[in-house]
Structure formats: structure tokens, C-alpha cells
Design a protein around this ligand. Structure first.
Ligand SMILES: C[S@@+](CC[C@H](N)C(=O)[O-])C[C@H]1O[C@@H](n2cnc3c(N)ncnc32)[C@H](O)[C@@H]1O
Length: 330
């Protein structure tokens, strides 16, 4: 098969995680920023865990998008769309482009509708077609899946404040993947980190706790949909729990940020209590990965607690915010 050009969409801050994941995919070549060449089965790309979406790129030697309406270019565009849509189940399409509401894009949409049978749904069309300036003309990028890859099939219960699955995957990679890890996810909410860890591969134990019974119900539904076994869930308030000593090798948590979940005043009490409890629960050579937007509070509390060493820190983009991901050791 001839290699084709692809482009990944990644949340800000997760670029290194996505590049590392792509480097592990057999057949990926010429990895340069978000673009790469690949001749293999696209089903492999649809399994990527740290990217929001994958697009296949087609270049058109046209001076402006209007020229895509010309006979030859239109045939080329229709063939491209047919090829992408033959590989997944798409029933509609939409454009993402500067001027997508213009008469040119309206005419392009009508042409594509009649040639492909796909419906043009400007807001929620499944096949997302991005039209962007290319090196020698214009590129059309087609998302290879009807939904973004970050919208996991296992997520049947959505919780307000739920973690983006690509960020969860990156947090777990940041902490390191070891088969004999006893992994703990305090404040597990809808279970994103637990399910994503289970999908990466074997692990000694995987335990999640939350004080909110509704969150745990949500997590149970998601775990059931994921068909992953071995995930323990318990109702526990982390601030009052009698944590077992040195019981976990990797602790991963996205703490309440005090906006969608919790409040800033609550966090001033929760964060030190959390660090103290985790200081007891982590094993001698254990690690902890924390995601929070309460950066100043977390750093102050970390210093006061004094038992954790900051090993690394990454700023990530998540739902309109720039929280930080901290890797901590003892
Ligand atoms: C940001 S949400 C976690 C979201 C989760 N990662 C997900 O993907 O759904 C924070 C969670 O912390 C829980 N929580 C807050 N205070 C807690 C406490 N003292 N003990 C246990 N859980 C707590 C909340 O109930 C909420 O589910």
C-alpha cells in the first residue's frame, strides 16, 4: 500500500506523549510535528490513546477553496471523501474552515451531498473536513473516525468534571507503566483513570475510591461498559480514611479544581489532607501523578507537607483551562 499523509490533533501539552505513542506504531514514518506518513491499516491509528483525532491529508493544487468546485478537483474531492467514508460508518459531514459559511462552501456542501449521499450537518456532521492552506495549494483533512478518539466507547456515564481520556492516558504514562504496580486512584469520579490504566495492560491491583455514591455508580457503569475486570471501587472520604501504610506504588488523581467540582475553600482543607493521606499510602519507591488547576494552592501545600519531591511538571490544556500535571516521588 502507498503511504498516505496523516495529521494528529492533540491537546496542548500532550504532544510528547502522542509522539512517543506514534513512534511505537509499526509503519509510521517521517514523523514531523503533527504530520506523518503511514501505509498500514487505519484501524491501528483508530486505537491511539493520547490523541484527540487523526486526519488523513489530501493536497489540492488550487489557489483558493473556490477552485475545488472545478470539475477535476471536485471529482478528486469526492473520490477522497468516498475513500475515507468507506472505512467507517459515516452518514453526514461538516466543514471546518475559514469562511465555511460562505457561498463557496455552501456550493461545495451541495455538490458533496449529491455525489456521496452524505448529509451536510454544519454543526454535528460526523465526517469532519478541515480545509487549510497547504504547501502548494490547499489541504483537505478528513477525520478518519465519526467521533473524536478521545470520546471513548466505554464512557456510557458522563460526569461533570470528568477527565478527558487522552489526558488520563498521558497521566498514567507520566507516572510510568509497570506490571507489578499497585495503582490507587483516590477521587476516581467516573473512573476514567482506572479504565484507561486497565486498557494499557496488566497491573497488580487497581483501586479507586470516591466519597460520592453517584460518582461511584457512574464509575461502575463505565467499568461494566469497558468490560475490564479487576477494578475495585469503594466509597471512601480520603480526608478521614484510615489509609493502609505503603500499600500503593502509583497514585494518580485529578483533584477537584474548585470550579465545576468542589470549592476553593474546601480545597484549602482537602489538598493538605490528601497529601498527608497519600504520604502514608505510597510505597517506599512509589510515585504520584496529580492534575490540578489550583496551582498556587497545590505548590504551597506541597512545600508545607515536605514529604514529596517534585520530579517533573507539564502544563496541559483541558476544557478551557491549563491545569498542571505533577509527577512526584518520595
Ligand atoms: C475532578 S473529579 C474526578 C473526575 C474523575 N477523574 C473522572 O474522570 O470522572 C473529583 C472527584 O473527587 C471526589 N472527592 C472530592 N472530595 C473527596 C474526598 N474528600 N474523598 C473522596 N473523594 C472526593 C468528588 O466526588 C469527585 O468525584
Amino acid at each position: 500500500m502507498k503511504p498516505r499523509l496523516y495529521e494528529i490533533e492533540v491537546l496542548g501539552g500532550l504532544e510528547e506523549f502522542a509522539l512517543q505513542e506514534l513512534q511505537g506504531v509499526k509503519g509510521v514514518k517521517g514523523l514531523d510535528g503533527p504530520r506523518f506518513l503511514y501505509a498500514g491499516d487505519t484501524r491501528t491509528l483508530k486505537r491511539l490513546k493520547s490523541v484527540v483525532a487523526v486526519y488523513v491529508v489530501e493536497s489540492f493544487f488550487v489557489p483558493r477553496p473556490k477552485a475545488l468546485l472545478g470539475h477535476q478537483h471536485l471529482l478528486h474531492l469526492v473520490a477522497f471523501v468516498r475513500d475515507v467514508t468507506s472505512q467507517d460508518s459515516f452518514s453526514s459531514f461538516r466543514f471546518s474552515a475559514a469562511g465555511r459559511d460562505s457561498a463557496v462552501f455552501e456550493r461545495l456542501a451541495l455538490e458533496l451531498e449529491s455525489a456521496t449521499g452524505l448529509k451536510h450537518l454544519p454543526e454535528e456532521g460526523e465526517l469532519l473536513l478541515r480545509v487549510v492552506p497547504g504547501d502548494e495549494g490547499w489541504d483537505v483533512l478528513a477525520r478518519i473516525t465519526p467521533k473524536p478518539l478521545s470520546a471513548r466507547a466505554w464512557r456510557v456515564c458522563n460526569m461533570s468534571g470528568g477527565l478527558n481520556a487522552t489526558v488520563a492516558h498521558a497521566m498514567l504514562r507520566f507516572g510510568g507503566i509497570r506490571e507489578n504496580d499497585r495503582v490507587f486512584n483516590p477521587m476516581c469520579g467516573s473512573g476514567t483513570l482506572l479504565i484507561e490504566r486497565s486498557l494499557i495492560g496488566p497491573v497488580e491491583t487497581l483501586v479507586g475510591v470516591d466519597k460520592d455514591p453517584d460518582a461511584l455508580t457512574c464509575a461502575r457503569e463505565n467499568v461494566a461498559a469497558s468490560k475490564r475486570g479487576g477494578i475495585e471501587l469503594h466509597q471512601v472520604d480520603i480526608t478521614t480514611a484510615d489509609m493502609p501504610t505503603r500499600a500503593f506504588d502509583l497514585i494518580v488523581a485529578d483533584l477537584p479544581w474548585g470550579d465545576a467540582i468542589g470549592s476553593h475553600d474546601d480545597n484549602a482543607i482537602l489538598y493538605p489532607a490528601f497529601l498527608k493521606a497519600m504520604g502514608r499510602a505510597v510505597s517506599k519507591r512509589g510515585r504520584m501523578v496529580v492534575l490540578t488547576h489550583e496551582v498556587r494552592l497545590f505548590q504551597e501545600v506541597l512545600e508545607e507537607d515536605g514529604r514529596w519531591k517534585l520530579l517533573s511538571e507539564v502544563k496541559v490544556y483541558h476544557g478551557g483551562h491549563y491545569p498542571r500535571m505533577y509527577l512526584l516521588g518520595r
